[in-house]
Design a binder for this molecule. Structure first.
Ligand SMILES: [Zn+2]
Length: 157
């Protein structure tokens, strides 16, 4: 047996340390929480995707009484970006969440299904997508989706 290890690097940042485009991206993710449709969980998630032309596309969680029929904010935003701007590469995604109307102190991470969908966007556009996870006390920056999904389900051809 040979033990192996996977390490990822990420940063804890103050919002002011981010460049202006990324600060705008975080603000849009926060703003997106206001229009989440989450009557069942009361957990509002906002996401915003920065494209290589500077356009920012937002999305938020959309729940449904038939629970699995809803969709997370991250996929709502990325699918919208990919459908409306297929020729523009996603450069970064910011995610923010409110529970009961208050932003969370610590950031939340995308669920496994969203990581898989976001990874496909990275592979499709052949470029890492920076992830910014907003929290009022701590904000994290991860340099690529691949870092968040080791042993991903990917094509082997
Ligand atoms: Zn998700």
């Amino acid at each position: 047996m040979k033990a192996k290890e996977i390490r990822i690097a990420y940063c804890s940042v103050d919002i002011g340390e981010l460049d202006k485009d990324l600060q705008r991206l975080v603000e849009e993710a926060k703003r997106q929480t206001d229009s989440a449709y989450c009557p069942y969980s009361n957990f509002s998630v906002g996401a915003a995707v920065l494209l290589d032309n500077g356009v920012i596309v937002g999305g938020n969680n959309q729940e449904n009484i038939a629970y699995p029929s809803g969709l997370c904010a991250e996929r709502t935003a990325m699918f919208y970006a990919n459908s409306q701007h297929p020729d523009h590469k996603p450069m970064a995604i910011a995610i923010a969440a409110k529970n009961g109307g208050q932003f969370l102190d610590k950031p939340i991470c995308p669920c496994g299904g969203c990581r898989q969908a976001l990874l496909e966007a990275e592979l499709r556009y052949k470029s890492p997508i920076r992830v910014i996870l907003y929290g009022t006390q701590d904000t994290l920056v991860i340099e690529s989706i691949a870092d968040m999904l080791p042993f991903a389900f990917v094509s082997f051809d």
